[in-house]
Design a binder for this molecule. Structure first.
Ligand code: SF4
Length: 518
């Protein structure tokens, strides 16, 4: 019998989970807590909530982000954790920002450097190539994803490489690199912990900085139990991280080649920089003798001094920390080794020519716009069904495939928070709006949505008709039976109540109190 807090008659302490007063799942009957032996209590730990999966992808058909988001929201533990974790990053970013008085100047400078570089891109790329070659780096150019994959495959084949360790790179996701390598029989091992979790779970990254942020630790325990034989009941993060380290280290040490991306490329020095928090890029680059770096052509900055501006902004914007743990400069191959850089276009030149969207190339992939976006935080990155999710995804993805990603620019409230936090001052919410117009022009918007928008446009452009419609709607709402709005067919009514309409509209009040003209 329990006497004081958790102490039994014989003085022994109960495990916290067995103390009735702290156990939310305890079953109390007639003032007495039932125990398991009576066969009536619930298990001490309820089964973990299953992880909601991402958007269903059917070839070129428009991704239904709304449907996938609804499933994520319905998984309340995941939704709550995701929202809180990302909002925490946003708050940390704000604290860092307040510690730097010249923050806004830095943002303007970063934006100006990127805009200058993008408008002189050919010159700076040539300068980088010449200097990189002087440093002993072999430089390749890839027009698109297929060419990138072929080039890397050729390099690996020339070296007889069968396994490749790799640090996180959104560009290689964009290129479908892992499936391609699997098709030619080369094993790819992701070295970033989050990315490795996603690889083992056969899922894409859901965030550009924290790829497995949508997973609960019980989800990770389930993945590791299935793939690297850990204890399925143990979701302790230290245990899981250690088990993953033990499982991956031998693969890293035995790999034939290493691959990284790059956060920045410096034209004047012919070098590139990779920022990580786990040091995994350094392992990928330095353990094998062959290092291949896949780099998007927009990553270039003119001089080394410009790098400082971006390094100060990147980690603060991304994770709310002053620096990434590792900021590694790669200057050339190590003694006896080889270094290759593949500069990839894959639609970037085309985007550079799009008057309304070219500045999206300024993006440094910090993820701040995702962390602040209320839609992204609550719907999870995999609901977008694309390489890039969140606000930056809404403006990049349609440049790859306007039909497939035609629904994405509508997954935004256009509140502008994304543009406010962007360290390189991309007018994200304005570009989202511009994409909506563009998609209508290209006939990529469903007819029902187009018809509804057209009707709304007509109504809003005729004040008298608008007022009459509002008066009619107010009367109808006051008298309609409840089931007309709150029924299973109307998703809107599931979580909302229509506010009571006031007795008098503003226009009516104005006419009554200030005269006829409104
Ligand atoms: S658009 Fe701006 S905020 Fe979003 S990931 Fe890119 S740089 Fe960061």
């Amino acid at each position: 019998m329990s006497t004081a807090r958790g102490r039994t008659d014989d003085g022994a302490m109960l495990h916290p989970e067995l103390r009735a007063e702290h156990d939310p799942d305890a079953i109390i009957r007639d003032g007495r807590r039932l125990d398991h032996a009576e066969g009536a209590s619930k298990p001490l730990r309820p089964a973990p909530e299953p992880q909601p999966r991402g958007a269903k992808v059917h070839g070129n058909r428009p991704i239904d982000q709304q449907e996938a988001a609804a499933r994520f929201i319905a998984a309340s533990e995941h939704e709550k954790m995701h929202d809180e974790r990302l909002w925490d990053l946003r708050q940390k970013r704000d604290r860092e920002m307040h510690g730097i008085p010249e923050w806004e100047e830095l943002r303007s400078l970063a934006s100006a450097i990127k805009e200058h570089t993008l408008t002189h891109l050919d010159d700076y790329l040539d300068e980088f190539e010449a200097n990189a070659r002087k440093n002993g780096i072999q430089v390749h150019w890839a027009r698109d994803a297929a060419e990138h994959n072929r080039i890397v495959h050729d390099i690996l084949r020339d070296h007889g490489a069968k396994s490749l360790i790799k640090s996180k790179s959104m560009l290689t996701e964009e290129c479908g690199f892992r499936p391609y390598m699997a098709s030619v029989g080369i094993e790819v091992i992701e070295t970033d912990l989050g990315e490795r979790i996603q690889q083992l779970d056969n899922e894409d990254p859901s965030h550009v900085v924290v790829p497995a942020v949508h997973k609960l630790r019980t989800d990770v325990a389930e993945v590791f139990a299935r793939t690297i034989d850990t204890d399925p009941g143990n979701s302790d993060v230290h245990y899981l991280a250690e088990a993953q380290r033990e499982a991956t280290r031998p693969l890293i040490l035995a790999a034939d080649a290493g691959m990284t991306g790059a956060n920045f490329v410096v034209a004047e020095t012919g070098t590139f920089v990779v920022c990580t928090n786990e040091g995994n890029a350094d392992l990928s680059a330095n353990v094998p003798k062959l290092h291949i770096a896949s780099i998007g052509i927009e990553k270039i900055v003119p001089r080394l001094e410009h790098l400082a501006v971006f390094i100060r902004l990147l980690s603060r914007s991304a994770l709310g920390s002053p620096m990434t743990q590792y900021t590694s400069h790669f200057r050339g191959p190590r003694a006896g080794g080889e270094m290759h850089v593949v500069l990839v276009d894959n639609g970037r030149s085309e985007r550079l020519g799009m008057a309304e969207f070219w500045t999206s190339l300024k993006c440094i992939r910090c993820g701040a716009c995702m962390n602040t976006c209320p839609v992204y935080r609550r719907s999870g990155g995999l609901s977008y069904g694309a390489t890039y999710s969140g606000p930056i995804g809404l403006i990049i993805d349609p440049t790859f495939n306007a039909r497939k990603y035609s629904n994405l620019p509508f997954a935004s409230s256009l509140n502008g928070s994304c543009s406010n936090v962007c360290p390189v001052k991309i007018n994200i919410h304005e570009q989202i709006y511009a994409w909506r117009r563009e998609l209508v022009k290209r006939h990529e918007v469903p007819l029902a949505k187009k018809a509804a928008m057209k009707a709304a446009g007509e109504l809003l452009s005729r004040p008298a008709a608008y007022r009459a419609a509002i008066a009619a709607a107010d009367t109808a709402l006051a008298h309609l039976p409840r089931f007309v709005i709150y029924n299973g067919l109307n998703a809107w009514g599931k979580h909302r109540e229509v506010p009571h309409s006031p007795k008098q509209t503003f226009h009516g009040w104005y006419r009554a109190n200030r005269g006829e003209k409104t």
